[in-house]
Ligand binder design. Structure first.
Ligand SMILES: [Cu+2]
Length: 158
């Protein structure tokens, strides 16, 4: 009888441990799938990207192309049908990862056009999806998610 009860208990423990393990696996899978499925919304390797910020059309570009990590890059932002109240800036980061502060300050180079220099670092994880968060004072914020290249042999631009 006692042995029977013990068996039931150990079965319960096994079930709980299994359940916990399954839950952890599920969490890990959702996190990695979440990072992998991070939506690319900007084909920066081939063209500039335009989004609306209220009634203002904002075009974001990075040169030179292909856009590579560990290279000097020029970031250009054009505003159409509206202007920020003061100089905009870009915070570079990665979805679901803390890559440290990396801010590109933009300066005006003409009516509604701002430029700034910056660098994208190589992520130790190998993940190439980066995110530029543009802050345009008085207008708001926009996020562009794109893929950069990490080596000269890297030609995956999708
Ligand atoms: Cu990273």
């Amino acid at each position: 009888m006692t042995q029977g009860r013990l068996t039931v208990r150990s079965k319960l423990v096994n079930l709980m441990v299994g359940c916990l393990f399954g839950f952890m696996v599920w969490i890990i899978i959702s996190i990695s799938v979440g990072i992998a499925a991070e939506k690319l919304d900007c084909d920066i390797q081939n063209r500039s990207c335009t989004k609306d910020l209220g009634n203002v059309s904002v075009t974001f570009d990075i040169q030179p192309k292909p856009v590579r990590a560990m290279h000097d890059l020029v970031f250009t932002v054009r505003f159409k049908d509206g202007m920020p109240q003061s100089s905009p800036y870009i915070d570079l980061g990665m979805p679901g990862m803390n890559m440290g502060a990396n801010r590109v300050l933009l300066k005006t180079v003409g009516s509604g056009v701002y430029k700034g220099k910056g660098i994208i670092v190589r992520c130790p994880s190998g993940n190439k999806i980066w995110r530029a968060t543009l802050t345009a004072p008085g207008l708001g914020r926009l996020v562009f998610t794109f893929r950069v290249l990490y080596s000269s042999s890297d030609t995956s631009v999708k």
